[in-house]
Design a protein around this ligand. Sequence first.
Ligand SMILES: Nc1nc2c([nH]c(=O)n2[C@H]2C[C@H](O)[C@@H](COP(=O)(O)OP(=O)(O)OP(=O)(O)O)O2)c(=O)[nH]1
Ligand SMILES: [Mg+2]
Length: 129
Amino acid sequence: MLVKVAVGIVLRNDFVFLALRKAGQHQGGMWEFPGGKCEPSESAEAALVRELEEECGILVKACSFFKVISHDYGDNKVELCFYKVTEFDGEPMGKEGQEVRWVAISDLLKYQFPDANLQIVNELVSSSK
Ligand SMILES: Nc1nc2c([nH]c(=O)n2[C@H]2C[C@H](O)[C@@H](COP(=O)(O)OP(=O)(O)OP(=O)(O)O)O2)c(=O)[nH]1
Ligand SMILES: [Mg+2]
């Protein structure tokens, strides 16, 4: 089954907000851009706003669509809709107890991401140079 996911690249200056996926989750132990599954008939943008409030406690004020990446993990097929989040209310936090941190975009390659993220991470790092 294909799972549609909305993902937020939350940006502030040259930093991006990352969260650590918990051990029991799919791709647990990997760093991620916060987000989650779209509910049936929910738009990706609506899911993005809902998930970032649920997971990070922020209200998205401005975002722009970045890219869709489809990836087959074998056990799970995902379609990730990435958005750049450039304006938000509140200070992002790990609202579900997850470890979080602001990371300089130029340092992103030091973090381990799920395979589906590799292209996006490389593009972000290249564009920061
Ligand atoms: N949020 C997020 N998910 C990612 C990224 N990269 C990646 O492969 N994924 C995958 C992992 C999961 O299979 C899926 C996202 O599911 P999720 O676990 O965040 O979904 P959710 O927040 O709705 O959580 P749940 O209610 O199902 O527990 O997408 C990423 O950067 N961010
Ligand atoms: Mg999630």
